[in-house]
Design a protein around this ligand. Structure first.
Ligand SMILES: [Zn+2]
Length: 172
């Protein structure tokens, strides 16, 4: 992981913070071409009620629609949190290249357990267990504190399920 990778990861953390400000789960991702061009970016939009609206899934489908197989294979997906199994599968099915994540699913699981967040309906697995052919790098230790704080704020800082229900937001 080099300085260019870290720059893209910092953008992912910014996107995660944007999601949080909109009342959504703090996850952000960026799709970067072989020549370094940022092709697309996004953040979680599960507050819409569709729990599959993860940015890595959206980027995989964007890549399938807009890139050739060779362009997909040479592209990198950067993300604030390691792909979930759904997104890792989509990434592999569309033939995207390297994944670089800021924080691992293992880290996130530990942080959410500390916050007493119920486990998700889909088992948390490392990308390599879902998509063994994908090159994966991470975590970036210097970003862990920031990402952890975003999740703490989402679950404890005014976006708790109780507040969501009373405030008319979708519960999380
Ligand atoms: Zn996902």
């Amino acid at each position: 992981m080099d300085e260019v990778d870290l720059r893209h990861l910092r953008r992912c953390v910014e996107l995660a913070a944007e999601a949080l400000e909109k009342g959504d789960e703090p996850f952000g991702s960026v799709l970067v071409a072989e020549d370094g061009t940022v092709l697309a970016e996004g953040h979680n939009e599960v507050a819409s009620g569709d729990r599959t609206r993860h940015p890595e899934f959206e980027l995989a489908r964007w890549a399938a629609a807009h890139l050739t197989p060779a362009e997909r294979a040479a592209a990198t997906v950067y993300t604030s949190g390691e792909h979930c199994p759904m997104c890792a599968a989509a990434h592999a099915w569309v033939g995207l290249g390297r994944i670089v994540y800021a924080t691992s699913s293992e880290q996130l699981s530990a942080w959410l357990a500390e916050l007493d967040v119920p486990p998700p309906p889909v088992r948390t697995l490392p990308i390599r267990d879902v998509a063994p052919g994908v090159a994966v790098e991470g975590p970036a230790d210097e970003l862990a504190g920031q990402v952890r704080e975003l999740h703490r704020r989402f679950h404890r800082g005014g976006f708790s399920p109780a507040r969501c229900r009373s405030g008319g937001r979708p519960s999380v």
